[in-house]
Design a protein around this ligand. Structure first.
Ligand code: NIG
Ligand code: FE
Length: 409
């Protein structure tokens, strides 16, 4: 059944906005006093509201009252939203002088979360994931990637992926699973042996639940020389690659680009030589301001990546260790101020460019044939959204045409 929804004071369409490089407000494809014609969850047309409702074959109209800005639903292309327990003690330890890597090397950090995920039932993990998805939804997220990586053995890695699959069937928003068996090496293994174990015992089963594979490339996790043969084998198994790259030291981003990975994520320590590589590569540069905030580190060189011509996405990295904040729009408002990003660049990084990092071509823009995944903010000016740094929340959210949030305040 066709529906016309509107009028919206502004619709940020990103109809023909470039996939790579710097952007200005004039690139956003903003239309004013406009509406959307939707059929079976897919956009038929975005155009002047008056014309859409006067159309002879006039369908059902959902009238929007008050000023509103409509934009594509947010795509969070890097999260670790399945976990158990809290790492508040790590936050305090780091703020007293210990580093993230020192905590990990002493057998804590990620390995604590691995212990608690091992103790949790699928039911516990699902319940917590449902709550986090609801919070993300109220912040405007309609598609989120979620990684395993707190299992580190066949039983628990598959348990995490099953949790993502089952919850994906129970919610309307989309969850995209990624296998992160190569997060860190569990106790009792040599790293090369652990990677062999993953390839032989876990990856073939994980492939039934996830099309994407990730690895944490870092001296304390998996250095380039160990990760490279593992990643080549994962590619041969049919996984798309994405990497935790250049968080503390460089090497991972160059490896991601060399391997033709969909994305290289983090990039706080990326060198100017590697920044330049993103300009000529199809690998998406994903920056994670939530991790910089959680660890008290500098932001990734986002401005420089855009200037180099990168396809730049921004994700929350929501996890209990480095990035417990989870509020993608708040992080974007802060990152934009620090890295001098235009609203066009920032919003692109959490809509169609983030969708591209996930290989999704059906969302992230509001134009004919795209899914009607959209959020409306109670304001007349799109600039208010980042300016308010996460405190202005969407009061309406549609997923594949279904209205999931309509708040009256
Ligand atoms: O993206 N650095 C590696 N992995 C995650 C953090 C995981 C954790 O600390 O629990 C990240 O920052
Ligand atoms: Fe991460």
């Amino acid at each position: 059944m066709e529906q016309v929804i509107g009028p919206f004071t502004q619709i940020v369409t990103f109809k023909q906005t470039a996939l790579k490089g710097p952007l200005q407000a004039s690139d956003m494809g903003i239309v004013e006093d406009a509406g959307v014609r939707v059929d079976s969850g897919v956009i038929v047309e975005v155009g002047p509201f008056e014309r859409l409702v006067k159309n002879k074959a006039s369908p059902q109209v959902m009238e929007i009252s008050g000023s509103h800005v409509l934009m594509p639903g947010l795509v969070d292309c890097h999260t670790h939203m399945v976990w158990a327990g809290s790492r508040a003690a790590d936050f305090e330890r780091r703020n007293s002088g210990l580093s993230y890597q020192e905590i990990l090397a002493s057998g804590g950090g990620i390995l604590d979360t691995v212990k608690w995920v091992g103790q949790a039932t699928k039911g516990n993990l699902k319940e917590d994931l449902h709550q986090r998805i609801l919070r993300h939804q109220s912040d405007g997220v309609t598609t989120q990637e979620i990684k395993s990586g707190y299992g580190l053995d066949a039983e628990n890695e598959l348990k995490m992926l099953e949790v993502i699959h089952e919850v994906n069937r129970e919610v309307k928003v989309d969850l995209i699973p990624t296998f992160l068996g190569a997060h860190v090496c569990p106790k009792g293994y040599e790293r090369a042996d652990y990677l062999d174990y993953l390839l032989a015992e876990v990856a073939p089963k994980a492939k039934l639940l996830a099309d994407r594979a990730d690895a944490f490339i870092e001296a304390e996790a998996f250095p380039v020389h160990l990760a490279k043969p593992y990643l080549m084998a994962m590619k041969n198994l049919g996984f798309d690659l994405t990497l935790h790259a250049d968080q503390f030291s460089s090497g991972g981003a160059a490896l991601a680009i060399l391997m033709g990975a969909k994305s290289a994520d983090h990039l706080e320590a990326t060198t100017s030589k590697d920044i330049a590589l993103f300009g000529t590569s199809n690998t998406v540069a994903v920056v994670l301001p939530g991790a910089s905030l959680g660890l008290g580190m500098a932001f990734a060189p986002t401005r420089a990546l855009l200037n180099a011509g990168a396809c730049l996405a921004i994700a929350s990295d929501w996890n209990p260790g480095s990035a417990p904040n989870g509020d993608l729009l708040a992080q974007c408002g802060i990152l934009a101020a620090h890295q001098k990003l235009t609203t066009a660049e920032t919003f692109s990084g959490i809509t169609f460019r983030a969708a591209h990092a996930l290989g999704l071509t059906d969302r992230g823009r509001l134009a004919s044939q795209y899914l009607f995944d959209a959020i409306a903010f109670p304001t007349h000016d799109y600039r208010e959204i980042l300016y308010q740094q996460g405190t202005l929340k969407p009061d309406m959210l549609w997923k594949k045409g279904d209205l999931l949030i309509k708040s009256t305040n």
